[in-house]
Write a protein that binds this ligand. Structure first.
Ligand code: PEP
Ligand code: MG
Length: 893
């Protein structure tokens, strides 16, 4: 195979082979844009190298040939002593990854060519500075020398010379630092810095390949599910210099504002500098618009190129460029990252401009982004009011807005939150011991660590607001305070506000409002009104499109008329799961106790008879709110002991009463019942259909209530469409018994009331055995609804109530999975069972209706899976309904 591609040979569609950077450099080259010449060594070469621990045969020759072409083009040889060609060596995978080797600049410099470079450029300081940069970058990334050693050496020279800035160092200073750096390399690695330019190039390329397997890169890949086999490409590119004086410089540019999506000129420029200086933040950049006065020609050329790139990629592009003595060079471009709001606005703008179709526009936004836009947010800062006190800024690790009292340890977080306080857990960094505190807190703030730190990963997994790596904040957990850059001290108990969407941290309580996007979905904000902004209008436009495009219906999980009504406003096309357990709590607990304690049929029937009208009223309200749309009512699922007092508390109470000689008969019976119903493993115990089979009359009472409520609604002119769902079925026999009983009750009520009741009877598929025998179960079911919460629990053997707090953080950190399987469907395992049940269920009964009602029904990635698996609908919490609608539409596109 061909392992090396000249920039003139590739194109943007070859990202798998050339990596993102290489493919886009090739694309720009072929557009005729000013890209310094160069070539890309493919990801395939990387894969070969990582597998065989040697370069594929012929690669060295191929590189040599392309280097020769480059040398001819440039009219000079790599490291040529009197006028050296210098190159940069950069990694470039399909996806950029933290932990990978980034860049070695100035490859080709050595003790001879540095002199040539000084002569050619007429700038000795520049030449020696470039040389030390090479040794520094090569030392750090290729030879793995601790970067601090180099930084310390620079600081020492500045200190000796009484200087503060790098720019003040002279040619002689840099020259002496070159000597020092080489000495550092020798001491740290036991070998000399390689002076041979071709050896420098080869070693740098191999280091790029090897950096694919650094622990950080491997962890990131596991979390993000980037295949380990992908590999990285290596880009070798002729150097251009932004640090050759005031008519040189370097910058980044965006074709639109990646934060808001507004059109305009966005970016930063730093004159007389190299790209790495911008990243390192050594000096302050100026707004890109200032380039118009600094170098008008380059500026207008840049603007023209930006427009060209945007029209070509038909999307927001971000760009890195360098100006060398008045000549503009493009060093990189890619379709740029953007915030959720920008994504929607830009898709809509490009649609307006006719650059993309509606179908493409919806592919430019994601359900995850829509979910972000629906988080509550801090109010806009009121004009003229007292300014908000911003005390820091970190990484926007997990979106949302959280306000609370500062606590510095997990224990206090738990204690205070138990007494009803909202707390923000502030730590330098978090570890698994902080987990309970993180759960108790409204939000999490750390001063160290990036987006893949423990705090960030776990908070995202929990959907909790988190700002991490707010480095300006000096967190002193021992003394329970943190110091702000302004010198203020925040004590434990002081209120702060953190914005997980922007990364800002404020002192005091910043008012929080509902997002306008939620108000729009909830019918409180008319997109055509003046109050709605272009974001709301963009969302509205795309939602209309996805609703027409999608095949999946979207229902909601709701069990009160209020939730049902809200879900309907949010676009739910019915209820996919109406849980009935809350209907047995509160005042009704005593009736449930009577039911459980009943010794005789009469006692039990009385308790059920008392529950019946209450249940009927529950359902009437919900059917009314969902009039004309299906409502799947699930018969009682949880173990009965959940409705009884806690075993320990009751034991103590009875013991105390007995000691006083005051024990009541009822308490004693209750205690016996609690003991009788106590289970070591209640989730695998007497619940769901099992209850229906062993507690006579319970399920039939519920079925009767549903039927009567439907009859009531029909009599009042409504169109109720109930469906009855049996939980936790493992075998068709269970279902047969219950459905037979249910059908009899339905027939009775229909006769009594003189109405026709067409009520579907179906089951949840939430046990592996149910999925494996779906063909048999389908014979007795009108529909299946996949209960992916329990299915995940039982397929993995993970207790859904315990694992998040026990070991999931370790699993997330170690990259066993990037996201909890309770959050996003495990398609390989759980998904495979679902697919099997779909196929066998449909084979047995072609018109069986199939849906899902576990939490995954509102998870964007999972929704795509359910679409592909051929389900009829997903059901999720009301707030997730718009997300599911969007993702279902995108999946169908
Ligand atoms: C499920 O198990 O996925 C489900 C929807 O039921 P519940 O969460 O009530 O157990
Ligand atoms: Mg369940």
């Amino acid at each position: 195979p061909k392992y090396v591609y000249d920039f003139t040979e590739g194109n943007k569609d070859l990202k798998d082979l050339l990596g993102g950077k290489g493919a886009n450099l090739a694309e720009m080259t072929n557009l005729g844009l000013p890209v310094p010449p160069g070539f890309t060594v493919t990801t395939e070469a990387c894969r070969y190298y990582l597998e065989h621990h040697e370069l594929p045969e012929g690669l060295d020759t191929e590189i040599e040939e392309h280097l020769a072409v480059l040398e001819t083009t440039m009219g000079k040889q790599l490291g040529q002593p009197d006028d050296p060609l210098l190159v940069s060596v950069r990694s470039g995978a399909r996806y950029s990854m933290p932990g990978m080797m980034e860049t070695v600049l100035n490859v080709g410099l050595n003790d001879d060519s540095v002199v040539g470079l000084a002569a050619q450029s007429g700038d000795a300081r520049f030449a020696w500075d470039s040389y030390r940069r090479l040794i520094q970058m090569f030392g750090r990334t290729v030879l793995e020398v601790d970067g601090e050693l180099f930084e310390d050496a620079i600081s020492a020279v500045k200190h000796d010379r009484g200087l503060t800035e790098d720019v003040e160092l002279t040619a002689t200073d840099w020259q002496s630092l070159v000597t020092t750096f080489k000495e550092i390399v020798r001491q740290e690695t036991g070998r000399s810095f390689p002076e041979d330019p071709r050896q420098q190039l080869r070693e740098a390329a191999l280091a790029v390949f090897e950096s694919w397997n650094t622990p950080r890169a491997a962890l990131y890949r596991r979390q993000e599910r980037i295949p380990v086999s992908a590999g990285t490409a290596v880009n070798v590119c002729a150097m251009v210099f932004g640090n050759l004086g005031p008519d040189s410089g370097t910058g980044v540019a965006f074709t639109r504002d990646p934060a808001t999506g507004q059109q305009g000129v966005y970016g930063d420029y730093l004159s007389n500098a190299q790209g790495e200086d911008v990243v390192a933040g050594i000096r302050n950049t100026v707004p890109l618009a200032d380039l118009a006065t600094i170098d008008p020609d380059s500026y207008s050329e840049l603007l023209a190129i930006m427009e060209r790139l945007e029209n070509h990629y038909r999307d927001l592009c971000d760009i890195e460029f360098t100006i060398e003595r008045g000549k503009l060079w493009m060093l990189q471009t890619r379709v740029g990252k953007r915030t959720a709001a920008a994504a929607f606005r830009i898709a809509n703008q490009l649609l307006d401009q006719g650059l993309i179709t509606l179908d493409e526009a919806v592919q430019r936004v994601t359900g995850e982004q829509l979910a972000q836009l629906m988080f509550p947010r801090f109010d806009e800062e009121p004009a003229g009011g007292a300014p908000r006190q911003r005390i820091g800024r970190g990484m926007n690790a997990s979106p949302g807005a959280a306000v609370g009292k500062v606590v510095f340890d997990s224990y206090t977080a738990i204690k205070w939150s138990r007494s009803g306080e909202d707390v923000i857990l502030v730590r330098r960094e978090t570890n698994p011991d902080d987990l309970e505190g993180m759960i108790a807190a409204r939000g999490i703030l750390t001063s160290r660590g990036g987006k893949t730190s423990h705090a960030a990963v776990v908070a995202r997994g929990m959907g909790k607001t988190c700002v991490c790596g707010a480095e300006e904040l000096d967190v002193d957990t021992k003394n329970r305070r943190m110091r702000t850059p302004g010198g203020a001290v925040v004590e434990e108990g002081d209120v702060i506000s953190i914005d997980g969407t922007s990364g800002e941290v404020y002192l005091g309580a910043v008012p929080v409002t509902d997002s306008p996007v939620v108000r729009y979905f909830d019918g409180q904000l008319d997109p055509a009104s003046d109050e709605a902004d272009d974001l709301v209008r963009a969302v509205d436009r795309l939602m209309h499109y996805v609703d027409a495009a999608r095949h999946l219906y979207v229902r909601a999980n709701a069990d009160t008329p209020q939730d049902a009504a809200r879900a309907r406003r949010m676009g739910a096309q019915g209820i996919g799961l109406c849980r009935t357990e809350h209907m047995f709590l509160g005042d009704r607990r005593s009736l449930v106790e009577r039911l459980i304690l009943a010794d005789t049929d009469t006692e039990r029937d009385e308790a059920l008879a008392a529950l019946l009208p209450l249940q009927r009223a529950d359902f009437t309200g919900i059917f009314e709110a969902m009039d004309g749309l299906p409502v799947t009512v699930r018969l009682l699922d949880p173990p009965l002991h959940e409705f009884l007092p806690d075993i320990t508390e009751l034991s103590v109470r009875v013991a105390v009463a007995e000691a006083r000689g005051e024990a009541r008969e009822n308490d004693l019976r209750l205690l016996q019942a609690v003991h009788r119903l106590h289970e070591q493993n209640p989730m695998l115990g007497l619940r769901g259909v099992r209850l229906g089979l062993v507690v006579p009359g319970l399920f039939t009472m519920q079925v009767r209530a549903i039927a009567q409520a439907a009859a009531d609604r029909i009599e009042s002119g409504g169109r109720p469409c109930p469906e009855i769902m049996i939980p936790l079925v493992g075998t068709v026999q269970e279902l047969e018994i219950i459905t037979e009983e249910a059908q009899q009750v339905l027939g009775e009520v229909a006769d009594e009331r003189g109405v026709q009741l067409d009520i579907a009877l179906g089951t949840m598929i939430e046990l592996p055995r149910a999925a494996l025998t779906a063909g048999q179960i389908a014979e007795s079911a009108d529909f299946f609804s996949f209960g992916t919460n329990d299915l995940t629990q039982t397929v993995w053997g993970f207790s859904r109530d315990d694992v998040e707090a026990s070991f999931f953080s370790s699993y997330l950190e170690k990259g066993v999975f990037g996201v909890s399987p309770f959050e996003s469907l495990d398609t390989d395992g759980v998904g495979r069972l679902i697919q099997l049940a779909v196929d066998e269920g449909r084979a047995a009964k072609s018109d069986i209706k199939l849906g899902v009602c576990g939490e995954h029904g509102g998870d964007p990635v999972s929704v795509r899976f359910f679409h592909a698996a051929g389900l009829d609908y997903v059901s999720c919490s009301p707030f997730r309904v718009p997300v599911a609608r969007l993702e279902a539409g995108r999946a169908a596109g």
